[in-house]
Design a protein around this ligand. Structure first.
Ligand SMILES: [Zn+2]
Length: 848
């Protein structure tokens, strides 16, 4: 819908003449939606929605902003022409219902007047190729159909349709598919991450908000519209059900309001019965997927239900023949037999992209019709979820003290709460209240005095549940009387532990002499400089140390770190303290400090000790043709922290000159896939991995004075290089030992350079990680023998006691460093980013 047409509609009776005919998808795409072997890239999808916008008074298309690679991300708003003219009004109704504290119109009047807002998101996982085309087909139907169901939907629902949550990946996969069409590699997934940084992990970012696409959706759609229903279209494996729809299996995060839990089941089973009535076989509900992690479900803490839909996959857009022998039972159902949650089995045969699109489209239409028909109930439920939230009494509040050892991570935490629309208040004065620590080992087990300017998050607010699930410790368990299933996803997401920020909980009400909402906490933590002289001392405890170090080095100012603690004029500085020799004036220093929450103390003479000088690390990161999200996240973290680095492909490791690098990082990836790489049917240029030649070259690189950093699963390479180290997790079966995403307590040797800036204990993210005998090499991090599990679920954690999570193996002139746990996991585990950063600087001390 165009603005100009908008005006014509108001003042003219010649309304329809203002619009060109609505084009069928084939007229724009060049092929009918659902045709075999046809994918649309983002420019085609975008073109279709711009044509719809121009031709239909039921569709309004907006650009939300730019993706990582600079493509426009789109939102199509679809409703009746009358509703589209009054969008601002409906948005205000949503906002008022979302926050029952707003005085004004009575809720029943708002419920009478409002529309159900349904958000449908497509294409987050780009190799799940159906849904961007489903979006096109659905939009066309809603723009043109005169069926009574469509009229009912358009009248009562405002549909927010995001045709792709990852437009960069939509194009990447379409290009790869076309390039390989008709070759042996037809239907394979591309040999690179389909989101430039996060790959398949892009739908685990819904509480850390690191990626541009996540932020656009949260800031431009969720925060503006507060959708009651969010449908997220995905695809799964090819040999089970044809379509999964909720209800989810247990456990559901208990912070998800009971109303939402019940509504998920309500709309889910309604969709199921609609599909079965239409004769769509193979639809399953209440299987496979739980709803525990906020990493996939922002809306569960913002008044909306998450309706995940997972369709079976073909071979991208190529058909796939499925036979009965391939259909295997799983825990919740047998795809060859009828059961209550799978009433109509699918007869095996050929499955096509057209089937994916048909199932997705019909399921979404059933969902929209449910929303329309139960409009009042959806709005009343939404209002009541908000009411429950603002009436909540326990715990009274969370307290985040102003005096934190790592101001950068404190600001990161506050930014997450801001994006979650959590209200954070600040205390105007010191205050007292008994509070218990949620972020052990960071903080004091009991604390009752908090300084002025501390941050207070009261539970009684519309999105208090978002704060609660992120600030408390997770207890992943099944409801009483049911067998525990192993988790679908990670189970620990406590922000205080991920970020190394002290967080407390107070159960009793207190008067913190509160001031206004903390909108710009950063002001208090702006860079500060004291003293005079060319030597700049700064703390290693602050995560911003790395950016500052990198900026000094880039400016030609030598940076050193202190191998022991020292005093300056009676003030103590701990081991690892950094010192830059900077000859610039105050203005030049101010420029280097821009945007950093750091404190710099200038002194005229360097304190007398054996300073270890660092260089800008010549870092290389291995990038496989078997896409590893950990590699993408690592690149994102290095770029954000202003580290320069090079990427190494398989052939660089097989034949390149590695001595040019100080440190080579291999991110978490199955060692077999690193060594052997892709094989048939991929084109020859992508095949073969690093091979045994690459392994030998990596070993030689370390022997000759380089540092090889192996992260997570890549630690398995050390043994293959002939180093004496054993992954103790090898051979332990899941019944005895299984920890797939839990925050564990570990002790740190913080006198070792890689441990500089860390406390004596830390929380680490353990994700089915390797671990090592403490007698091998030099252990830098060891698992605690007591109270090992800090947050989340674990089985067999006693086997970790005193064993090593990170170890340094000296070899020749250099070293191999193994970090078994996920030290920079999904850019979330920021408390342990220092291990990665330190390792890069440490590498520059070997050949100096
Ligand atoms: Zn998916």
């Amino acid at each position: 819908m165009r603005a100009i047409v908008h005006l014509l509609l108001l003042f003219s009776t010649l309304t329809t003449a203002a619009y060109p005919a609505v084009p069928a998808p084939a007229q724009v795409l060049g092929f009918p939606v659902g045709a075999d072997k046809k994918l649309a890239d983002w420019s085609q999808i975008r073109e279709y929605f711009s044509r719809l916008d121009a031709s239909s008074d039921r569709v309004l298309t907006q650009e939300l902003g730019e993706t990582t690679l600079g493509k426009p991300m789109l939102l199509a708003i679809i409703s009746s022409p009358g509703n589209l003219r009054r969008l601002d009004e409906y948005r205000k109704i949503q906002a008022s219902l979302a926050d029952p504290r707003i005085k004004g119109e009575k809720p029943e009047a708002l419920i009478d007047a409002g529309k159900v807002v349904v958000l449908v998101t497509c294409g987050i996982h780009s190799t799940e190729v159906g849904s961007p085309l489903t979006a096109v087909d659905l939009a066309y139907t809603l723009a043109t159909s005169r069926s009574p169901e469509t009229v009912e939907i358009l009248d009562r629902v405002i549909l927010l349709l995001v045709p792709s949550l990852n437009p960069d990946g939509t194009t990447l996969v379409a290009d790869w598919y076309r390039k390989t069409l008709g070759t042996p590699a037809e239907g394979t997934t591309p040999p690179q991450l389909y989101h430039p940084y996060s790959g398949h992990d892009n739908n685990r970012d819904w509480f850390m908000f690191t990626q541009k696409e996540t932020r656009l959706l949260v800031e431009k759609v969720h925060q503006q519209w507060h959708p009651q229903i969010v449908v997220d279209l995905h695809q799964m494996g090819a040999f089970g059900a044809r379509l999964f729809i909720p209800p989810f299996i247990d456990p559901i995060d208990p912070n998800v309001d009971a109303i939402l839990q019940a509504e998920i089941a309500d709309v889910g089973t309604s969709i199921l019965s609609s599909m079965v009535r239409a004769g769509r076989a193979g639809v399953v509900t209440n299987a496979i997927f739980d709803a525990f992690t906020p990493g996939r479900s922002y809306q569960h803490y913002h008044g909306g239900v998450r309706i995940l839909m997972e369709a079976a996959s073909a071979r991208l857009a190529s058909p796939l023949a499925v036979n009965a022998a391939q259909m295997k039972p799983v825990a919740d159902f047998d795809p060859t037999k009828a059961s209550w949650n799978f009433p109509l089995p699918w007869e095996p045969g050929t499955w096509k992209i057209g089937d994916v699109i048909t199932y997705q489209k019909e399921a979404v239409q059933a969902c929209l019709l449910h929303a329309a028909r139960f409009r009042r109930e959806w709005l009343r439920g939404f209002y009541k979820v908000g009411l429950n939230a603002v009436m909540r009494k326990e715990p009274y509040a969370f307290i985040i003290p102003a005096d934190q050892r790592d101001p950068q991570s404190l600001l990161d935490l506050l930014e997450i709460l801001r994006l979650g629309q959590v209200e954070v208040r600040r205390a105007d004065a010191d205050f007292q209240v008994p509070a218990k620590l949620l972020s052990a080992p960071y903080g004091n087990p009991e604390r009752s005095r908090f300084p002025s300017r501390s941050f207070v998050v009261q539970i009684a607010q519309p999105y208090g549940a978002f704060a609660k699930t992120l600030l408390e410790r997770q207890n992943y368990r099944m409801p009483v009387g049911k067998d525990l299933r192993t988790p679908y996803d990670v189970t620990g997401h406590t922000l205080g532990l991920l970020l190394g920020v002290e967080v407390y909980e107070a159960d009793q009400a207190f008067d913190e002499a509160e001031s206004a909402v903390a909108r710009d906490a950063g002001k208090d933590y702006r860079a500060r400089v004291s003293g005079e002289g060319p030597y700049c001392l700064f703390s290693h405890e602050n995560n911003a140390f790395a950016i500052l170090t990198n900026r000094f080095l880039k400016a030609g100012a030598p940076v050193s770190w202190a191998p022991n603690g020292f005093q300056v004029e009676g003030r103590g500085f701990p081991v690892g303290t950094l010192m830059a020799r900077f000859s610039g004036d105050a203005a030049a220093l101010g420029k280097l400090l821009e945007g950093l929450p750091v404190t710099v103390e200038r002194v005229g003479r360097a304190p007398q000790l054996a300073w270890q000088e660092l260089r800008a690390p010549r870092t290389a990161v291995y990038q496989s043709y078997e896409p590893a999200p950990d590699e993408g996240w690592t690149r994102w973290i290095l770029e954000k922290n202003e580290f320069a680095f090079q990427l190494l492909a398989d052939k660089d490791l097989r034949t390149g000159d590695l001595a040019r690098h100080d440190v080579i990082v291999l991110c978490s990836q199955d060692p077999k896939s690193i060594v052997e790489g892709l094989s048939d049917p991929y084109p020859a240029e992508y095949r073969g991995g690093i091979g045994t030649e690459g392994l030998a070259k990596l070993k030689a690189f370390a022997d000759q004075g380089g540092v090889l950093l192996l992260l997570g699963d890549a630690c398995g390479l050390a043994k293959q290089m002939g180093l004496e180290v054993e992954d103790l997790a090898t051979g332990l079966d899941r019944e005895r030992f299984y920890i797939p995403g839990t925050l564990l307590k570990a002790s740190v040797n913080n006198r070792h350079p890689i441990g500089y800036g860390m406390g004596q204990e830390t929380a680490v993210m353990f994700d089915s990680s390797p671990f090592f005998e403490a007698s091998r090499g030099l252990p830098i991090v060891r698992y605690s023998p007591h109270d090992t599990v800090l947050s989340g679920w674990a089985r067999g954690e006693n086997l970790l006691a005193n064993q090593s999570g990170m170890t340094e193996l000296r070899t020749g002139q250099g070293a191999v460093v193994l970090i078994g746990f996920r030290t920079q996991f999904r850019a979330q585990a920021r408390a342990t980013f220092k291990f990665l950063f330190n390792c890069l600087y440490y590498a520059t001390t070997f050949r100096s």
